[in-house]
Design a protein around this ligand. Structure first.
Ligand SMILES: [Zn+2]
Ligand SMILES: [Zn+2]
Length: 259
């Protein structure tokens, strides 16, 4: 009620398209922007690695549990799913959360992800930020989404992973460099991971190398299963088994990040 009256006298603009907001929702984004943001990724995903099954990554056997890419480089995680495509308004909502600290965006993203939570996981955890970045941003956006998703799905949230050092944006790096970039970047608490089925959350799935490195240390610490869930997926064109850097997302991904 108070929000409605406030809105009547001081209509605040949508933070994405700047049209006046008709309703004082908790997320300062208009209805048409939210509808545009709610679109799932364009191409269907590989159920195993979560990457787009695009033309160059086409599977000869669509019923198989994996695409050409993850058959060549099997991931350490067991499945991956993304709720939205990392483009247009969905990308704007991620940026609102990360750089304008609109924390209610985490709740909206979690609601989009809720239908994708696999059955039988013990708890949810998030890809951690480095200490420096967490301090400068004030929060880990993936942890905010994960805590909100945990409340939706009735799953506890646990901090199981730690980032030992900062890494650089994965997009644009060649495969070996991507692996080297995240090698030894994470550590897992064995007492928390051992014997558990874990849902690992990140905001954006780009190359998959970051969640793969996290899954590797979780499995080494004794996790039985690691399922990956991301709010969004940036579909990179895969040429053969390399990444085409011309199609990588720009903007936030160009800065050092957890991707
Ligand atoms: Zn709008
Ligand atoms: Zn795959």
């Amino acid at each position: 009620m108070a929000g409605g009256i406030f809105c009547l006298f001081f209509p605040s603009p949508c933070r994405i398209c700047t049209s006046p907001l008709e309703h004082a929702g908790r997320l300062p984004v208009c209805r048409s922007c939210l509808e545009a943001a709610s679109r799932p990724p364009h191409a269907p995903a590989c159920v195993r690695c979560g990457r787009a099954r695009d033309v160059s990554n086409r599977d000869s056997d669509p019923a198989a549990q994996g695409c050409n890419y993850c058959r060549a480089y099997p991931p350490n995680y067991d499945s991956a799913a993304s709720a939205l495509g990392y483009s247009g308004t969905a990308r704007e909502i991620i940026l609102l959360l990360k750089f304008q600290k609109v924390r209610t965006a985490a709740q909206w993203l979690a609601r989009q992800m809720a239908p994708l939570v696999p059955a039988g996981v013990d708890f949810i955890t998030a890809v951690p930020l480095g200490r420096k970045r967490c301090r400068s941003r004030g929060f880990n956006q993936s942890e905010l989404i994960a805590r909100s998703l945990g409340r939706h799905a009735g799953l506890p949230y646990r901090n199981v992973l730690q980032r030992r050092r900062e890494t650089w944006a994965q997009a644009g790096l060649e495969r070996d460099k991507r692996r080297h970039n995240v090698e030894n970047a994470f550590r897992a608490h064995p007492a928390e991971a051992n014997g558990r089925r874990i849902l690992l959350l990140d905001d954006v799935l780009t190359t998959g190398a970051t969640v793969n490195a996290c899954a590797e240390v979780l499995k080494r610490a004794g996790a039985i299963a690691v399922h990956v869930i991301t709010a969004t997926r940036a579909d990179l064109e895969l040429h053969g088994l390399g990444i085409n850097s011309t199609s990588e997302p720009s903007g936030a991904l160009a800065t050092p990040s957890g991707l």
